[in-house]
Write a protein of this length. Structure first.
Length: 316
């Protein structure tokens, strides 16, 4: 609708010349007002914030604090997210490599646990056949060990992306869920700015947190107010069994906050405490030092560098 209104600004010829003085500015102002109203509806804040984003002082801080946020149990993580994780609307989490899909799955499950997913208020996980074929399906005993009752998970697997997007839009309007997740691969056009706007508005109206998980994807413009990039982090050894080198500790997530209401990019290491059901600030692991194996004495002679090439005439 906005593109149709804006196209009238570029018309030339007799029709434009026949307009009364000031008609072009009126049409332009009407189009800009419509765009501001649409953006304000996506952001969930008044239009005046768009006209004066840096003003307001304490009023702006009060509006941000009034947003529905939930603590992750870690002050460093809450500060990086601008006060906590949004409890309503769309949030996007993307992963560079599909082979690290376990990291994406673990972080999303940890968020669902923080949001109180249980048999009475389940977690609905939606994905198409391609997404689940690449990253795999959640495993019941693994969920229990991670801190989530397997009876709390409702899995929806569709054949095509269009069906998964439709299921996510329907789930986003349900207030009976603790959280809904849509897992996809890459950056399909179906879930660009317009597609994510529908998801965000429906989830916000129902008061539901909706996660969009992207495997092997790049950052792009979407309607999600929060966008995170997840990578696996090095786990520390078990504190009580430090001598057992083969044992690893709690999972660690390297989280890059690329887009948030706070407006500041931030990197943070988060360690998931499954027994306490909360995140803790992770510490960078010490460098792994090992003895370097000596080169083998009896080995083929290495290839030598190319020399000068001469052009010789063929004899005879």
């Amino acid at each position: 609708m906005a593109s149709t209104d804006l196209s009238s600004l570029y018309r030339a010829g007799g029709a434009a010349a026949a307009r009364p003085p000031g008609a072009g500015s009126v049409s332009r102002n009407h189009a800009l007002a419509g765009l501001k109203a649409r953006i304000a509806a996506i952001e969930g804040e008044p239009v005046c914030r768009l006209e004066n984003p840096d003003g307001g002082g304490q009023g702006q801080v009060a509006r941000r604090s009034a947003l529905a946020l939930i603590s992750l149990g870690c002050p460093e993580a809450d500060a990086a997210l601008g006060g906590g994780f949004p409890t309503t609307g769309l949030s996007e989490i993307h992963l560079d490599e599909t082979r690290d899909g376990g990291t994406l799955l673990g972080f999303a499950l940890a968020l669902a646990i923080r949001f109180g997913a249980g048999p009475s208020r389940p977690l609905m996980w939606i994905g198409d056949a391609l997404a689940f074929a690449e990253a795999g399906l959640p495993y019941g005993p693994g969920l229990a060990g991670f801190g989530l009752d397997p009876a709390s998970l409702c899995l929806v697997r569709t054949r095509r992306l269009e069906e998964a997007a439709w299921a996510a839009e329907e789930a986003a309007a349900s207030p009976s869920l603790a959280m809904a997740i849509l897992e996809i691969r890459g950056n399909p056009a179906r879930l660009g700015l317009e597609g994510t706007r529908r998801l965000h508005l429906r989830a916000r109206a129902a008061g539901l947190p909706l996660l969009l998980l992207r495997q092997s994807a790049r950052a792009e413009a979407t309607a999600a107010p929060l966008r995170l990039r997840i990578r696996p982090g090095p786990s520390a050894p078990v504190a009580d069994l430090a001598g057992e080198k083969r044992l690893i500790g709690d999972p660690v997530f390297a989280v890059a906050v690329e887009k948030s209401r706070a407006g500041r990019p931030h990197d943070v290491l988060l360690e998931w405490k499954s027994d306490e059901r909360r995140f803790d600030a992770g510490e960078p692991a010490a460098a792994l030092s090992r003895r370097v194996a000596a080169e083998t004495v009896d080995r083929p002679d290495p290839a030598r560098a190319d020399g000068a090439v001469l052009a010789l005439r063929r004899a005879g």
